[in-house]
Design a protein around this ligand. Structure first.
Ligand code: ATP
Ligand code: MG
Length: 391
């Protein structure tokens, strides 16, 4: 039986001028994510994207798994199409659900009719289809409240579609509908979550990682690349920038007061990230910071880092507890990679007593003890870039 996947997108974002752009981006994203699994025909109608495989051997379960990670889809299901008449609908439903129903005690049929010209109302269709199935499988009981099996039949302009209760999609709006931003990606738990949260709101995410060899290893960098690859299942292709940061860190250590190391480092990271962003058409930064989590994430500390920023800095984890961030990282599949114990450049020269209530003037004075401009230029010039995607 030919299966087709129905991806339903939310109605709210479809209002007015957004509609065309929304549907185009969603269609492009879906096409890219499943391209490597085979050929498909995609079309969009009535707030639904239809994904029809064009050859028989396509692994439709894998297609479903991939589509569950596409932002902009709220619900999805695998369906079988039937002609719009009761006998045809029954044949398809019986063939598809026979085995499952034989093992079940109770079931229910739910119908939805968006094509109002269909000759039965939804309750009439449900009653008729349910009755025909009961005739064939008399051991079954209809249970409207807690059925073991629910069969859904939708009457649409394109035909009748028979399927299970749809599963949840990733929600959000399609990547590509909200501009481009550069994510400061460490090897930790928070920044991958922050990146996916912004992608969920339609942002194309690029990532920038600061490395400090030989204090940080090649394997630490590979770990961050694997994080980006995992994220790309949700975010799509990611341009991944790696910045050589060792010299800058050493000069901070040699020239600036220890209690300000982390803040100066973060200000320099922001500066370099902005220059890379400006060169490459991104207009905002994203970090995984959460208010009060560590000394460099107090409000006073953020005032000093934001003081060097010329573009908006999005911190979607700002109001989340660690547990909430961890829950999301499980869901997007980055947690297991994030907890691998590799070093991060942030922890190379950690001050013993970092300032939690720094003033901007003090930080500027501390940073002013060395002129970092030449090293910043050099780091930007020596930044490497590669494309990362899961499939
Ligand atoms: P994470 O779990 O994302 O590492 P964290 O709670 O450990 O966050 P910090 O280490 O203070 O916090 O880093 C704060 C933010 O700074 C990170 O969320 C990330 O956006 C950015 N960041 C930290 N280290 C790096 C790095 N080596 N390369 C790129 N960005 C970094
Ligand atoms: Mg970290």
């Amino acid at each position: 039986m030919g299966e087709i996947i129905l991806c339903k997108y939310g109605e709210i974002v479809l209002k007015g001028l957004n509609r065309g752009g929304f549907e185009n981006e969603l269609m492009k994203n879906v096409r890219r994510r499943i391209k490597s699994l085979g050929k498909f025909d995609l079309y969009s109608a009535q707030s639904t994207l239809y994904v029809r495989p064009l050859d028989e051997n396509i692994d439709m379960d894998e297609v479903m798994e991939r589509l569950k990670k596409v932002y902009g889809i709220t619900k999805l299901c695998k369906a079988i199409r039937a002609e719009k008449n009761l006998p045809a609908i029954f044949d398809v439903a019986y063939l598809r659900y026979k085995e499952i129903l034989e093992d079940a005690k109770s079931f229910k049929v739910t119908c939805k009719r968006s094509d109002k010209s269909f000759y039965l109302t939804s309750p009439e269709l449900a009653a008729n289809l349910g009755g025909m199935l009961l005739e064939k499988l008399p051991h079954l009981k209809v249970d409207l409240h807690e059925p073991e099996v629910t069969i859904v039949c939708e009457i649409r302009a394109e035909g009748a579609f028979i399927h299970d209760i749809p599963v949840d999609g990733a929600g959000g709006i399609p990547v590509g509908t909200s501009g481009q931003a550069l994510l400061l990606l460490s090897g930790g738990i928070d920044s991958p979550v922050a990146g996916c949260m912004m992608a969920k709101r339609g942002v194309v995410i690029s990532a920038i990682h600061f490395e400090a060899p030989p204090y940080t290893s090649e394997r630490a960098l590979l770990k961050v690349e694997r994080l980006a690859e995992k994220m790309s299942e949700y975010c799509g292709r990611i341009s991944f920038y790696t910045v050589p940061f060792t010299k800058i860190q050493e000069e901070i250590k040699n020239n600036c007061p220890e209690e300000y190391f982390t803040l100066i480092m973060r200000r320099l990271m922001m500066e370099i990230a902005q220059r890379i962003a400006e060169k490459n058409g991104m207009c905002a930064l994203v970090t995984g910071e959460s208010l009060g989590q560590v000394a460099s994430q107090t409000m006073a500390a953020m005032v000093t880092t934001d003081a060097v920023c010329r573009m908006p800095v999005f911190r979607p984890c700002i109001g989340l507890d660690k547990k909430e961030i961890i829950d999301t990282s499980y869901k997007i599949g980055t947690f297991e990679i994030s907890i691998e114990p590799y070093e991060d450049c942030c922890t190379v020269f950690t001050p013993r007593h970092p300032r939690t209530k720094p003033t901007l003037a003090d930080v500027e004075k501390a940073q002013g003890m060395f002129d970092f401009e030449e090293l910043i230029k050099e780091a930007v010039e020596n930044t490497r870039v590669k494309n990362i995607k899961a499939y």
